[in-house]
Design a protein around this ligand. Structure first.
Ligand SMILES: *Cc1c(COP(=O)(O)O)cnc(C)c1O
Length: 268
């Protein structure tokens, strides 16, 4: 039955721009209803799925409306943009920031300053830099290891085979709290191929839980976005990262943000 769930990538570009707090409340309610329906299909408790609203590219006015509608976490994929938004909204002390995009080591210091969560950890150099800057500031950070589950050579994230050894090496970084794994599925209308990416991430997590370093829980699975989060939930997602279905379509095409992901021809 669940294998009939389709992707909704065709809706991208159609999500209308929310302009009021009520619009945000209604978009959030729609997404929560989709989450609940997916949970029901596989007998999961909707409370076991955390919705991370993704506000990248949207202006601060839009983020403020989302906050007024109840959002207390926002996901951003570019650190400079995220830092700027954090600076201008710092007075909202209960608003937390999750950086979900690839990070260059030289920007680790910035993330250490304001982020509560980082979902794209994919190198030891980066882990070391984050840990060092966090220690210096007396902060800590929840992290997810990004895994390349689609096998696309041009996509960020570690190959699944190297993840167990990588995770073992993270236990020395005491300012990093390793929560679990994150992935971006294949961007495809072929739901079964998308589903395979999510299954792979769940199986890897299950395998890691057998051999995780003491004190590391590794239960989180961050997978699924506006076009495919129902499938991700059916396969065990505990965090879904949803942008356009909450904040409206992005003005620029996805290839602008993920040149390597959506458009292999784009210059890098
Ligand atoms: C933008 C983004 C999302 C959300 O995508 P939508 O299509 O807007 O839901 C999820 N994960 C990552 C890493 C992103 O950069």
């Amino acid at each position: 039955m669940t294998s009939e769930t389709l992707t909704r990538h065709d809706q991208h570009g159609l999500y209308p721009e929310p302009r009021t707090v009520e619009d945000f409340c209604s978009n959030l309610a729609t997404v929560q209803a989709r989450i609940a329906a997916a949970c029901q299909r596989v007998g999961r408790d909707p409370a076991s799925v955390r919705l991370l609203p993704v506000s990248k590219t949207k202006p601060q006015a839009s983020l403020s409306l989302a906050y007024a509608a109840g959002c207390r976490w926002l996901g951003e994929n570019k650190v400079q943009e995220a830092f700027g938004k954090w600076e201008s909204m710092q007075d909202l002390t209960d608003l937390h920031w999750s950086v979900i995009g690839h990070l260059q080591t030289n920007k680790a210091k910035l993330v250490a300053r304001f982020a509560s969560e980082f979902q794209a950890l994919d190198s030891l150099r980066l882990a070391e830099a984050l840990d060092r800057h966090l220690q210096a500031q007396g902060r800590s950070l929840d992290v997810f290891v990004q895994v390349n589950t689609s096998g696309e050579a041009n996509k960020y994230g570690l190959n699944p085979e190297v993840v167990p050894a990588f995770i073992r090496q993270l236990s020395v970084f005491s300012a990093l709290r390793v929560r679990g794994l994150m992935t971006l599925a294949l961007f495809s209308a072929e739901a079964e191929r998308v589903r395979q990416c999510f299954i792979l991430l769940r199986q890897l997590r299950d395998q890691l839980q057998q051999c995780a370093p003491v004190g590391m829980e590794l239960d989180a699975l961050s997978m699924g976005m506006s076009g495919d989060f129902e499938i991700a939930i059916e396969e065990g997602a505990t965090v879904v990262r949803v942008g356009q279905a909450i904040f409206g379509a992005r003005a620029l095409p996805d290839s602008h943000y993920w040149p390597t992901r959506f458009d292999p021809e784009a210059p890098r």
